[in-house]
Design a protein around this ligand. Structure first.
Ligand SMILES: *Cc1c(COP(=O)(O)O)cnc(C)c1O
Length: 432
């Protein structure tokens, strides 16, 4: 299959090229065009088997095709279970995406991308330098996925003092081929430093640079696998399709859900849950696209005012009318997040992270008839233990830490402080 840029359709690429480049040369995002339709069934609903079936058309004819099954087996080696919220035939399901090494759904994409790049870089003369600006979860997942790979060097840039204590630990506990930088500035300053590095001729001459953020199609493809597996599993058990409520920021996760439906999987409604960053809900309400600076909320990994994957969404559904036909979007305030964490703990014993709580809140506010008419699946994007300082006071007890996260918390933390901007970063890279 060939991919094309969301901007100029003349800019095409093979899957291997698109994964290697991240962004198309015209600044667009790579899209499968047209999206394939799937035939048949996977041989089981295990994630690796679903991946080998659902991603096959994307890999057909590509240099990575023979590796797909192995990449999927190694990357998707932890579960994405469905659990019930409450009891009874109309109870919602929860798709738990936080059972990977860094306890957020970013592990799926980061690990799969690492697997793809590993095959591409086998014969490369020099290591690949991966620059990641992170507001929290992405940096940890990318560091975990690339740590110890001799062909990769990772630089993680995070805004000093603006990530949760446990997120910071996950960004700084690696050592070896992962270097962590606490930038004295905001997330935007981190991102600008990374962008400047990509544009700098000297940097590009000295190193092979790559980014690992969610504009890379190699991160989106594995994410459609858990929507495929969950929807097939639900149809097998109940005869119904699945409707998903997805906590959304940059729209990578929900884009994967939309693609799963377009591939022909039994996905019905798709609802985006946003925090107070209302760009997408406002667009659907008013028809005016007005990106704006992000505001900071309890669900910080969703603090995005100008979601980059909107470009993919609009390429698929051009115009606000088309988009309204295919998705809905709602915004949830910090006050509602807090109240929902308290309420669902009291009602069901369920402990949400602040991001997952936005989906739970949107679900709770659906009209009863609409709630009853579908099999709803709330997507839980991170483990609440990552955000214990927010969640524990609300539920009045300690949250048990998953073993993988506990192991990371026990490691020593190392990072370098940095002023924002290219020069300080370049200087730090030279002085190993
Ligand atoms: C990244 C992230 C999101 C937002 O996902 P997008 O793909 O950017 O829309 C939601 N929840 C958590 C926990 C995240 O880390």
């Amino acid at each position: 299959m060939h991919l094309r840029s969301s901007r100029n359709p003349q800019h095409t690429a093979t899957l291997t090229q698109a994964i290697g480049r991240g962004l198309a040369p015209d600044g667009g995002l790579y899209l499968p065009d047209p999206l394939p339709r799937l035939d048949g069934q996977p041989c089981s609903t295990a994630l690796a088997d679903v991946a080998a079936w659902a991603l096959r058309p994307f890999f057909t004819g590509d240099a990575l095709e023979p590796q797909l099954a192995q990449i999927a087996r190694e990357a998707l080696n932890f579960p994405a279970p469905l659990t019930l919220l409450g009891t009874g035939p109309s109870a919602a399901q929860v798709l738990e995406l936080f059972h990977g090494p860094t306890a957020a759904f970013k592990d799926f994409g980061a690990r799969f991308l690492a697997g793809c790049l590993q095959h591409q870089r086998r014969h490369a003369a020099r290591p690949l330098t991966i620059l990641v600006a992170t507001s929290g979860d992405t940096g940890g997942a990318v560091a975990a996925a690339f740590h110890g790979k001799p062909w990769a060097q990772v630089c993680v840039l995070f805004p000093k003092g603006m990530v949760s204590p446990r997120q910071q630990q996950q960004l700084t506990c690696w050592g070896g081929n992962v270097r962590s930088f606490a930038v004295r500035g905001t997330f935007d300053a981190c991102q600008q430093t990374v962008k400047a590095a990509f544009l700098d001729a000297g940097m590009a001459e000295q190193r092979d640079l790559s980014s690992a953020n969610s504009i890379n199609i190699g991160r989106l493809l594995p994410q459609l696998v858990y929507y495929a597996a969950a929807s097939l599993d639900i149809r097998q058990r109940t005869g119904r399709g699945a409707s998903f409520i997805v906590p959304s920021g940059n729209l990578g996760n929900v884009m994967a859900c939309v693609w799963a439906r377009e591939l022909g999987l039994p996905v019905e409604e798709i609802v985006l849950a946003h925090n107070a960053n209302r760009t997408v809900p406002d667009y659907l309400d008013t028809g005016r696209w007005q990106p704006r600076p992000s505001v900071s909320t309890l669900a910080s990994a969703m603090d995005v005012g100008d979601p980059s994957n909107m470009e993919r969404m609009r390429a698929l559904y051009p115009g606000v009318e088309a988009l309204r036909e295919h998705v809905a979007a709602h915004s949830v305030s910090d006050e509602q997040i807090r109240a929902r964490i308290r309420a669902d703990y009291a009602a069901y014993g369920r402990v949400w992270c602040p991001h997952s709580a936005t989906a739970a809140e949107v679900y709770a506010n659906l009209e009863p008839a609409r709630r009853e008419s579908r099999q709803w699946v709330l997507v839980a994007t991170a483990h609440p233990a990552k955000f214990s300082e927010i969640v524990e006071p609300l539920i009045g007890r300690e949250i048990e830490i998953p073993p993988a996260l506990a192991a990371l918390l026990a490691l020593p933390s190392r990072y370098q402080e940095l002023d924002p901007g290219l020069e300080p970063f370049k200087h730090a890279l030279m002085s190993a």
